[in-house]
Structures are given as C-alpha cells and as structure tokens.
Design a protein around this ligand. Structure first.
Ligand SMILES: Nc1ncnc2c1ncn2[C@@H]1O[C@H](COP(=O)(O)OP(=O)(O)OP(=O)(O)O)[C@@H](O)[C@H]1O
Length: 607
C-alpha cells in the first residue's frame, strides 16, 4: 500500500544514530553540569537557590504528569508538600523521631489522603476537578493554620537538619547533592514511566476515557494512581523543605504556592519532564531577581513580581502554549526508537471461532433516551469470516446500536451475546477483555505518540508490567514483545513504513488504518468499525477495502457501520438496514439494493 509519508531507510539510519548519540549525551551532560556547580567556588547564595529549585522540581514534575500528560488540573499540589513538611516537622520536633523515618510516615499519610481525595474528585470532569482541588488546598491551609499542635500560623520552629551516617548535611553542598540526586532520580523515573505500557495508558487519558477504556485501561485507577504519585513527589519535596528551612508554617503550602507550581509547569512545558526543571529554575531565579529589582525601579516595596508573572503567563500562553522546553525539544534532532524487537517472543493468541460460527448475537436490543426510542428491538447476528454491514439514514440508530454492543451505553432492554456469553450489562473494558475490539467514528488516538506506540496501546490487556517495573526498567522484555506485535499489526494493514511517525501527522486514511491496527493488536474475535471510510479519498477507500477483505479471509468477524454505499455493497456479505431505530430489513447486498423499502428509506418517501 502506498503512503503519503515515506522514509528512506538508507538515508534515515545515519541521521538516526547521530540523533541517538546526541540524545544519549544529554543526561550525562546535565549530571556533569550539576556536579560541576557544586564543585565550583560558587557563593553560598547560589547553592541555596539551586537547592530551592531542586526542591520545587519534585512537585512540578508531579504536575507535569498530572496536568501536562493526563490533562487533570490541580491547584492542590502545595497542600501535599505541606503534608510531607508538617508530618516530618511535627514528628521530629515533638517525638524526636529520625527524619529518615518520618519521611516514610509522611509518604504514607500523603498516599492515603491523595488516594481518598483522588477517588472522590477524579470522577469529576470539566471545571469540577480544578475547583475540588482548590477547595481541598484551602481546607488544608486553614487546618494547618488553626491546629494548636501544629503551632497555628506561626508553625513549628527548630526542625532538625538532615544527617547521613553521622554527617550533618547542612544547607549547602551536601544538601544540594541530596536534593538533586532525588530530583534527577524522579525525572528519570518519570521519563521511563512514560515510555512503557503504563505510560502509554496514562498518555491516553488526556483525550477522554472512551478510547482508553475500549483498549482495556482502567481509567479511574490510572488517574488515581497518577494523582497519588504526583502527591508523593510533592510530599518528598515537603520533607526536604522542612529540614532545609528548619521551620514550617502554612504560607509555603497555600493556594498561592499551588498556583505558582502550576505556573512553573506551564512555563517550563507541562508535557515535558525536563520542563519541570526549566520551569522551577526560571520562576525561582526570576522571582528573586524581580523582588530585588522592581522595588528599586518603582520606588516602593510590594509584591510587584506577581504582576510581572501575570503578564508573563499571558505571553507564554499566547506565544509558547506548550512551554519553553517544548521550544527547545522541537529543535533537538528526533531519534526514532531503536528496533530491538526482531527476536522478541510472540504474544499468546486466543483460540478463534470457526468460519461461519455466530460470534455476535444481538437479541431485541432497545435504547430509550427520555421519550425517544433510539433503538427498538434490533436483532441480528455477525459470523466469523464475514463482514456484516449496519446501514441506515442519518439518525437511524446505528451508532447507538454500536455503543450498546460495546458497553459504552447501557441497554433499556434485550440482550447481547458474544461467543455464547451474555455481554450486555458489562462495561466497555470487560467487553474488550473478552475479544471485542473497535474503532471510532471520530478517530481517537494520542497524537503526540508515534504510530507504533499508539498501536501497542491496543495490546494493553495482553501485557502485565506495572509502573514500578517501568521505572526500574524491568519491563523491557515485555516491551519488545508489545512492539513486535504492534509492528506485525501495522504491516498487516500496510503501514509498516510509518512506525516512528507521530500519529498526529498522519493523513486521515492512515489514521483510520492505525485505529484498525490498534484494534487488531488486542487479538479480537470481533472487530467493530464505526464509519471507517468517513473522510477518506477514493484510493484510500480501496486500500481500506483490501485490508478488510484480507481480515475476512483470515477468519475475522467484522461489523461495519458505514455510510459509503459503494464500499458497503462491495465488501459486505450481509447487510442489516435500520430506520428510525427499527429493523427495516436484512439480506445480501443484492437483496438490499433491490429493496423498495430501503430505497424509500434513503429517499425519505413513504413505504
Ligand atoms: N445520548 C443521547 N441522548 C439523546 N438522544 C440521543 C443520544 N444519542 C443519540 N440520540 C438520538 O438517537 C437517535 C439515533 O442516533 P444515532 O446517532 O444512533 O443515529 P445514527 O444512525 O448513528 O446516525 P448518523 O448516521 O448520523 O451517525 C437520534 O435521533 C439521536 O438524536
């Protein structure tokens, strides 16, 4: 199959390996620079500044994951910094516990509170989630400020510093080493996380839950997981903060700081791990310089830096909406993933039904929307090795039927059976788990991920690795099997040359084929295609028809909802026609074409 975007392997290979080498140097160079800064005779003031930046990197990194990657805006990040700081300050000052022990107590408390808050608020969408985090941030601020045991608004004084093997880490170079080892370790862990099975599922959350659930991702669990992980990073930051400042009070953990962390993430580049470092660094340094410069310029003191920040954020949102690091990343040579999965073991496949066996049995299903009966006693069957078309004029109820089968909508009546098992009443994820895979009327993918990564997401339910395995790089064998499978499915639909292209750069026809490859990656027995030819050119439709014929020949059961009558009549074995939610007729393409009732339904005349 031809493709609009093509790569020449011979010219791409040297450029790719040069890009790999350059990128491989990035992290060691950053580590060397940080080490050099500690060894240089820098004034203590600058070491302290760098310590603050490292402390801020952690909560901002949490926001990169939560807001930039998952699309969940939170103003409550500073409150979790507060939990880590206050827990350690209180337990070390009042009970004399070791800060190394109180770190874990703080993390435990943070995990419990974040899991509780997350489980309640992350079900909300739209403005409700940011508002809920706002309420939570305010509540915790006033709680910290009003509890006698926590010293009310004066806070807790005399917090001990950190010691390691009897050495006081102080507030300068030794503390700097600890802060930046933790900050860099967290950044590397998040980079690894995002490049994994769990990471692809997390990246799919930003586009809504429908596609991710259809791929078998437990979206609420993943959202809560990310929320808790981001809170834990904030809690570590709070622990460092308390033992660095040697005092805690509510003001660094209030709403203003919550907004400032968000600002750091947006300015740095909310979708980039290294954007957290850039954002924390620029905001901290700029804030300090402006606090000194602006009163001198204006002649009076005040929080003028906040006004400058306000203007700055408007300018950044207008001219660099993806942040400063994004502008840097775009200029770096892109290095395609190394293809190291040639000898990867194949993923296990489920036994498939014999050709001609009934795979899907739709029995008198109904769906009522208020007073409207959108689907009324629809019944039909889909068999293995056949393409069944579901057609009808606009508003006939095809998409509703599709959504009832795939578990997106709940039935008002009737039953859906898949391979002799009742699947009506199950959710989209459970239905996908049984071997039903689908595409979407409006393509749903992660535009920033490569074609290969998008397709590998389809095999989510065929793999097991979790976030911890990803961060420790214990998932590489499984990753290779996933990419081998994704490549195999992309070759199956004729897109083997586009593995490393950004999915968002593909033409519409290629995007639709990507969705089919992703659905095939789930190893389905039934493929549901929702208007796969919509928006395609003639040649792309022919290519699509070729792919569907091949899949049919391989024994796949396919249900096709489609408006393009040429394509439907050309490739379907059996066609079901709907009108006003009811079953109008069904038969072979020739029978449907001959039907007066069908012609009248499409022409809108009486029959
Ligand atoms: N969530 C909903 N709430 C209320 N009414 C709905 C909802 N979804 C669909 N409907 C109505 O149900 C009827 C069937 O819609 P549906 O989208 O299933 O038709 P369709 O055959 O897929 O149409 P098209 O070909 O235009 O996509 C329409 O009258 C539509 O307005």
């Amino acid at each position: 199959m031809t493709s609009a975007v093509s790569v020449s392997p011979s010219s791409a290979a040297p450029a790719a390996s040069a890009a790999h080498r350059l990128r491989a140097l990035g992290l060691p160079a950053a580590i060397a620079l940080l080490a050099l800064l500690a060894l240089l005779p820098l004034p203590d003031f600058w070491i302290i500044q760098l310590n603050y930046i490292g402390i801020y990197v952690l909560p901002v990194l949490g926001l990169v994951l939560l807001t930039g990657v998952c699309g969940l805006t939170s103003f409550g990040q500073a409150a979790f910094v507060g939990i880590g700081a206050y827990t350690s300050a209180y337990l070390t000052v009042s009970l004399g516990l070791s800060p190394w022990l109180t770190l874990f107590v703080g993390l435990g408390l943070t995990a419990i509170s974040a899991a509780l808050i997350g489980a309640i608020t992350l079900r909300m969408s739209g403005h409700y989630l940011p508002l809920a985090t706002l309420a939570w941030a305010l509540a915790l601020f006033y709680l910290m400020g009003n509890l006698d045991a926590l010293g009310k608004y004066d806070g807790i004084l005399g917090v001990p510093g950190l010691t390691l093997f009897g050495t006081d880490l102080g507030q300068l170079r030794l503390f700097y080493a600890l802060v930046w080892v933790l900050a860099l370790a967290a950044c590397i862990a998040v980079v690894r996380l995002l490049d994994s099975r769990t990471g692809r599922a997390i990246r799919a959350l930003a586009g809504g839950t429908q596609m991710a659930e259809a791929m078998g991702v437990d979206t609420l669990r993943y959202k809560v997981g990310v929320f808790v992980f981001a809170a834990l990073l904030a809690s570590i930051s709070g622990w460092l903060f308390a033992h660095f400042q040697r005092t805690v009070n509510p003001s660094p953990f209030g709403l203003k700081m919550g907004i400032e962390y968000l600002f750091m993430a947006v300015l740095g580049g909310a979708a980039h791990v290294w954007g957290a470092v850039a954002g924390a660094g620029i905001v901290k340094l700029l804030e300090d310089q402006l606090q000194v410069l602006l009163p001198k310029l204006i002649g009076t003191s005040g929080n003028y830096e906040l006004i400058v920040f306000g203007i700055l954020i408007v300018l950044v949102l207008k001219y660099l909406p993806d942040g400063l690091w994004d502008a840097v990343a775009r200029r770096l040579p892109s290095a395609p993933r190394r293809q190291d999965w040639a000898d990867a073991p194949a993923l296990p496949v489920q036994p498939k039904p014999a050709a001609g066996a009934v795979v899907l049995d739709v029995r008198a299903i109904r769906k009522q929307f208020g007073g409207l009966l959108a689907v009324n006693d629809i019944r039909f069957q889909v068999r293995a090795g056949q393409i069944t078309g579901l057609i009808g004029p606009n508003g006939a109820g095809k998409s509703t039927t599709f959504n009832l089968i795939t578990g997106v909508l709940s039935l008002s009546g009737g039953e859906v059976r898949f391979r002799d098992e009742r699947i009506s009443g199950l959710g989209a994820r459970a239905i996908a788990q049984r071997g039903v895979s689908r595409t979407f009327q409006h393509v749903k993918m992660v535009p920033e991920m490569t074609v290969l990564e998008n397709v590998a997401l389809g095999a989510h339910l065929r793999s097991r690795s979790n976030a911890a395995a990803a961060m420790l790089r214990l998932d590489r064998v499984e990753e290779r099997t996933l990419f081998a499978e994704a490549e195999r499915q992309l070759c199956r639909v004729g897109m083997g040359e586009l593995l490393h292209h950004k999915a968002g750069d593909l033409a519409m026809g290629q995007q639709r084929l990507l969705e089919i490859a992703r659905a095939l990656c789930a190893d389905p027995a039934l493929l549901l295609l929702d208007e796969p030819a919509a928006g395609l050119r003639h040649k792309e439709k022919q290519e699509l028809a070729g792919v569907l014929r091949t899949l049919r020949a391989e024994g796949m059961a396919i249900l096709l909802v489609e408006h393009d009558m040429g394509l439907v009549m050309d490739i379907c074995d059996h066609i079901v026609v709907m009108e006003f939610g009811t079953h109008l007729m069904e038969g072979t393409p020739a029978e449907v074409q001959r039907s007066e009732k069908v012609r009248a339904a499409y022409l809108g005349t009486e029959h």
